[in-house]
Design a protein around this ligand. Structure first.
Ligand code: FAD
Length: 475
């Protein structure tokens, strides 16, 4: 058939993985095309994920802080919420970032073909072009011939099959649209995404229930970190239903009537104005006709790759959410760079010692490397250094001393193997722990590093000192 475009590198999907792969490929001299179905670059993260959620969480945090000023003798009037303007602010944040990406693509002469791409074989993708020059757009398909490809088609929210189709039942994308502030809201799923959105909506004034089928919220985080979060946040929510699942929902004029089953299930159906389903994300691997290119996709839709992000087909790579957990933007970006470098002939590997996770809730919860639960499960002998923020001058001055910083060290080598922080700005603080793990730092390296006083970051040095007894006695 006829070929409309030719390139050395084709990148399928323009999320954090895709745009990073395309930019690195172009920087390494490859003529690069990105295929993306959305109107803007940035994928889930910029358009309907990391960034809009953080814009709203920032607003919510300030609203909460302003209220807390009452304890300092400063009171403000009740907030007046203009939801349209808040939405406009959120959109403007997204616009700045996606616009920036468009400029970066242009500067590198990376071409974007807009539409849904599917493989024809291991060297051709066909794009169902969704925009373009007016009449050309309708039903037109364009074929791109490529030498190499990086699949970065991401993931999408899982919907529960028993839920009716109703505008009052949404996934995270729907919740981020911020159409109105519901009076009563149910969040199904107590993971990071659900809890972040619950934080935003509760600050805006919604009365919220959270249903989680596991026995705790924020799976993956150390339980002692999560417990602090839960204690601070319990008053924020109406009911936190653990070991409980939503099993039935009926859309009625007065709301969505939800039936629960499980240990803490209410005995009668509960009525909500908005139901957010945040029960996980599923990879888009089955929607790409990858089999026509010979690329293996597993039964869940993930594409298996090696440490160089190569699929089973040598000229085709895959990165980001579509290759597996953790589904996080920073993981996608680092994999993207490896894939592009390998495609350009470099000897790069993805061999991260740690991939951090952060819940940007209030307080924030952040962790990197091994958790205590993982150490125990893997029978790894560790020593722990815990520094409570109740002893941190800065945390006390901030009126937020509920947090703590915890570091885990290998008992033999004293090298850091993990760390977790709960408290304000934990997400920004965890970066030092990430670096320490990658560098193989030990308790003395961290404890003897002079941190600025008074800062929350000091708590990392203090936790290292605690782990090692008194570091000052050591050579
Ligand atoms: P995606 O960002 O999913 O991008 C894939 C792109 O491919 C999309 O633009 C899609 O339109 C396109 N595409 C798919 N199929 C095709 C096709 N056939 N043809 C053309 N285009 C196609 N991660 C963090 O690290 N920090 C956070 O704070 C954070 N917050 C989040 C909050 C929410 C509400 C959500 C939903 C996610 C959040 N994440 C966060 C996760 C993060 O968004 C993802 O890990 C990240 O976007 C994955 O990047 P990716 O490049 O693999 O794929």
């Amino acid at each position: 058939g006829s070929v409309d475009h030719e390139c050395e590198m084709l990148v399928l999907g323009a999320g954090p993985g895709g745009y990073s792969a395309a930019f690195r490929s172009a920087d390494l001299g490859m003529n690069t095309i990105i295929v993306e179905r959305y109107a803007t670059l940035g994928g889930v993260c910029l358009n309907v994920g990391c960034i809009p959620s953080k814009a709203l969480l920032h607003t919510a945090a300030i609203m909460d802080e302003v209220k807390a000023m009452a304890a300092h003798g400063i009171t403000y009037a009740e907030p007046k919420i203009e939801i349209d303007r808040l939405r406009t602010y959120k959109e403007s944040v997204i616009g700045k970032l996606t616009g920036g990406l468009a400029g970066m693509a242009k500067a590198r002469k990376v071409k974007t073909v807009r539409g849904i791409g599917k493989f024809l074989d291991a060297n051709h993708v066909e794009v169902d072009v969704t925009e373009g020059a007016g009449k050309n757009a309708t039903g037109k398909k364009e074929v791109i011939r490529f030498q190499k490809a990086i699949i970065a088609a991401g993931s999408q929210a899982v919907m529960l099959p028993f839920l009716p189709k109703d505008p009052r039942i949404v996934d995270s994308t729907g919740a981020l649209k911020l159409e109105k502030v519901p009076k009563r809201m149910l969040v199904i799923g107590g993971g990071i995404i659900g809890l972040e959105m619950a934080t935003v909506y509760s600050t805006l004034g919604s009365k919220i229930d959270i249903a989680e089928m596991m026995d705790g919220l924020m799976a993956g985080a150390d339980r002692d970190l999560e417990k602090v979060w839960e204690k601070v946040n319990a008053p924020r929510f109406d009911k936190i239903l653990l070991k409980t699942r939503a099993t039935k929902a009926e859309a009625k004029p007065d709301g969505i009537h939800v039936t629960f089953e499980g240990e803490q299930a209410p005995s009668s159906p509960q009525i909500y104005d908005l139901v957010l389903v945040a029960v996980g994300r599923t990879p888009n691997g089955k929607k790409l006709d990858a089999d026509k290119a010979g690329v293996l996709v597993d039964e869940r839709g993930f594409i298996p790759v090696d440490a160089q992000l190569r699929t089973n087909v040598p000229n085709i790579f895959a990165i980001g959410d579509i290759v597996g957990q953790p589904m996080l933007a920073h993981k996608a970006v680092h994999e993207a760079h490896v894939a592009a470098e390998v495609a350009a002939g470099q000897k790069s590997y993805f061999d991260a010692k740690q991939i951090p996770s952060v819940a940007y809730t209030d307080p924030e919860v952040a962790w990197a490397g091994l958790t205590e639960e993982q150490c125990k499960a893997k029978n790894i002998a560790y020593e722990k250094g815990l520094f409570p923020w109740a002893a941190s001058g800065r945390a006390i001055a901030n009126g937020r001393d509920e947090g703590f910083t915890k570091l885990l060290f290998d008992k033999e080598t004293h090298r850091i193997i993990g760390g977790g922080i709960v408290g304000t700005h934990a997400g920004d603080l965890i970066g030092e722990v990430c670096l320490a793990i990658e560098m193989g730092a030990d308790a003395v390296d961290i404890g003897k590093t002079i941190h600025p006083h008074p800062t929350l970051g000091e708590s990392i040095g203090m936790a290292a000192e605690v782990a090692h007894g008194s570091c000052t006695d050591l050579p």
